[in-house]
Write a protein that binds this ligand. Structure first.
Ligand SMILES: Cc1cc2nc3c(=O)[nH]c(=O)nc-3n(C[C@H](O)[C@H](O)[C@H](O)COP(=O)(O)OP(=O)(O)OC[C@H]3O[C@@H](n4cnc5c(N)ncnc54)[C@H](O)[C@@H]3O)c2cc1C
Length: 196
């Protein structure tokens, strides 16, 4: 959140804006990620996350902020996976990584928003409870020993099984995945490899 206590944000219908300006071009090993608008945050949304906070200051901050959503990818790690235990329970094992890229993205966006006139930057990192962009765990690859599906999303060891969702992504790319999922599915169908 970029906050200017002197300036009220009167927006009612928030425009959607996305930026890839910081995706490449840093000395980090990985892309920094992407930036998009976060709709408009309102005081009741903060209240859910900060039940102890008095409503008035929350309202004041919400009415004076521009809200952004920064996405950096968790890079693939074999330990980060979805698994089934012996009792049929599903577990999501997740430890965040690539945090230096994320910190650099946050620094650059914060600096830019300050230059744009917002003296106060408030940031909160979202955890596993915000797991809307899940990718991987049935990764695509040439080697059956280290991957589940091939480049056409066909299972290495089951000839009549294709996985056309994001589970085959070797990496998430730090982007909203839905369009890539759809484009990849259309690509595989166009190759004609899937048949009844
Ligand atoms: C809150 C939230 C916000 C998101 N926002 C964005 C966004 O802004 N942009 C973006 O790109 N992505 C966004 N995503 C991610 C995106 O929605 C998913 O990555 C995408 O929908 C996954 O597509 P899919 O086809 O692989 O799976 P799904 O869309 O989950 O489709 C799977 C389908 O299979 C059905 N199904 C499951 N089991 C069975 C069964 N046994 N038999 C028959 N059918 C079954 C399900 O009902 C479902 O319809 C968001 C996700 C969440 C949760």
């Amino acid at each position: 959140m970029a906050v200017d206590p002197r300036c009220t944000n009167h927006v009612r219908f928030q425009k959607t804006l996305g930026m890839n300006d910081w995706y490449l071009g840093s000395d980090q090993e990985r892309p920094l990620g992407t930036v998009q608008m976060l709709g408009k945050l309102k005081a009741p949304m903060f209240k859910a996350a900060r039940p102890w906070a008095p409503e008035l200051p929350l309202k004041y901050v919400a009415n004076h902020s521009v809200d952004l959503y920064l996405t950096t990818e968790d890079v693939p790690k074999p330990e980060n996976r979805v698994r089934l235990d012996g009792h049929g329970q599903i577990w999501v094992d997740w430890t965040s990584n690539n945090l230096s890229s994320h910190s650099e993205l946050l620094k650059r966006v914060g600096r830019t928003m300050k230059r744009a006139g917002y003296p106060l930057i408030l940031a909160e990192r979202m955890g596993i409870e915000t797991n809307s962009h899940r990718c991987g765990t049935a990764a695509m690859g040439e080697d059956p020993a280290g991957s589940v599906i091939d480049r056409d999303c066909r299972a290495h060891d089951l000839t009549n099984l294709w996985l056309l969702d994001s589970s085959g992504f070797p990496s998430s790319a730090g982007l909203n995945p839905a369009l890539t999922i759809a484009a990849n599915a259309l690509r595989v169908i166009d190759t004609g490899v899937i048949h009844a």
